[in-house]
Write a protein that binds this ligand. Sequence first.
Ligand code: SAM
Ligand code: SF4
Ligand code: SF4
Length: 333
Amino acid sequence: MVDRLQRPVRDLRISVTDRCNFRCRYCMPQEVFGPGFAFLPRAELLSFEEITRIARAFARHGVTKLRLTGGEPLLRRDLPDLIRMLVAIEGIVDVALTTNGSLLAARAAELAAAGLHRVSVSLDALDDPTFAAMNGVSVKVARVLAGIDAAAAAGLAPVKVNMVVQRGVNEHALLPMAACFRERGHTLRFIEYMDVGSTNAWQLEEVVPAAEIRDRIHARWPLEPVDAAYPGEVAARYRYRDGAGEIGLITSVTQPFCGSCSRARLSADGRLYTCLFTAVGHDLRGPLRAGVDDDELDAQISRIWRARTDRYSEQRASGQGHHAKVEMSYIGG
Ligand code: SAM
Ligand code: SF4
Ligand code: SF4
């Protein structure tokens, strides 16, 4: 099954909740996601059985990798149950989790025991003042580092650490972050700040281009490029010439990779999005709750994917990318 631009579907990112215990300024700014914000009511969230049914349908269409995200996925208490259900799906070879790490120290072992393969932990700085300003709730760096250590100890290694880089906000953390994770043996991935959603007041001037990030790291610890591990890998990979592991650069703004984008996204309330930057999702929960059989579910997914033409980041680069977009905390990044 390929879309109109001949792209197959290989990854499904599943948002298990739209809630989060952080208020990162670039994702869920407090002014918008304050006490009065209406999150999804419980009954609107997909159940684990519903998520698993949709994941199975995607596996029949060629998906081999699943990633659980949110909001903060570890706010969903019984997550290990879902992981056990997902790793058992025929054709699924990789189940990963993206988390802010704040609740990971206590839970890494049970996640690993449930069969989770990998985790990516988001961390934007190593000094508490910068991190607190970015996460919006004053969670300390040490708590996330403890989560990373627990994940590695539980065998969820190598842990990937994701850092969103914002001009004038956490640029100064680039070298300290690289030093820290070289030592710990985890892959640090630098993410260009993106214009997701419509609440973070994104401006192009706040993006630190990946090439600049690479040059700054290279000037301190020489780097050399590494070939992509598989077609469609989103991070450009570099290894330290001294053998201290790798970094990744996610160049969504300066070098879009829509041409090989094989990702589908499922929101916590069961809408299917064919691009991180679309405004409109396709409701799969309605049909599921109305009792569709697997053939009809497969056919609906196939119709949606075959009609896909999304290439937002490429259009943004050529100056055409202005339209309403779904929020990142709802769709999961
Ligand atoms: N709460 C979890 C976390 O933070 O890892 C999972 C969901 S979060 C939306 C997924 C990823 O999106 C995180 O690594 C986060 O840093 C990234 N992200 C959020 N807003 C972003 C933005 N405006 N630009 C680039 N990355 C962003
Ligand atoms: Fe929460 Fe993750 Fe968004 Fe930060 S990036 S507000 S941790 S969902
Ligand atoms: Fe994929 Fe859309 Fe991102 Fe392009 S902009 S890489 S199509 S999610």
